[in-house]
Design a protein around this ligand. Sequence first.
Ligand SMILES: [Zn+2]
Length: 253
Amino acid sequence: MKIIDSHVHCGIQDTYPPQALDDYLYAIKDSPITGAAMFPPVMEIYDRTDPFFTDTPEWRSRRQAANEYLLALQGCPIDVFPYFFIWNDFAARQITDGHYGIKWHRHDDEPQYHYDDPACLAAIAAIRERKLPVVLEEELGNTIRFVNEIARGVRVIIPHMGMLNGGYRQIAAAGLWDNPDVWADTALASSSEILDYINCRGHERLLFGSDFPFGHPPAELAKIDRLNIDDDIKADICANNLLRLYERIGQFT
Ligand SMILES: [Zn+2]
């Protein structure tokens, strides 16, 4: 049986905490996890400690190296599904057939994405065309605007059941969980919110994730395993739903 962790940070430039491939493999040893969707650590993409951060050539190369590191993880003991972490240079040209998704990440005290830059819309058009899902961690207002206006028709995965996008209930109040293009991952979320989601909206757009290195993959998996739901539903959350999402990419897999 396949079990795929849909939310893993992995890189070798940001070593605090350690999050290279070997660190992940060590964390999942003795666990049944067979694959992972991986994106670079935030601190390999932009300086999250500086809200007024502006891009530099050094950060551009750091970012490119971070994205390329994941693409080079071939032939390792688990299936790796690299996601392209996009930032304000909107370097959609660097998205390749080896990518399975996009990571889009910002907290409210961090530098802003330039949503009004024409390059942003062009990048989203490229993402839409490739049918790549976007893992979107953003403040609530930008999350709503992204789903309802900027990236209509793009599959959006809201991580942590919305915990860092304004909260599970706020996302529900905005109607986003009912949007067929909006998915969720379970990383670091509470069991009660996961069960509420399944009861209200079904399980078809729900993905198991750990948020390694901030979450412990076996513990996050045990959280799903302990839920009082059918084994078939667990299997869908732990792999089948994500594989269905990847099927859409079709020509790239
Ligand atoms: Zn994360």
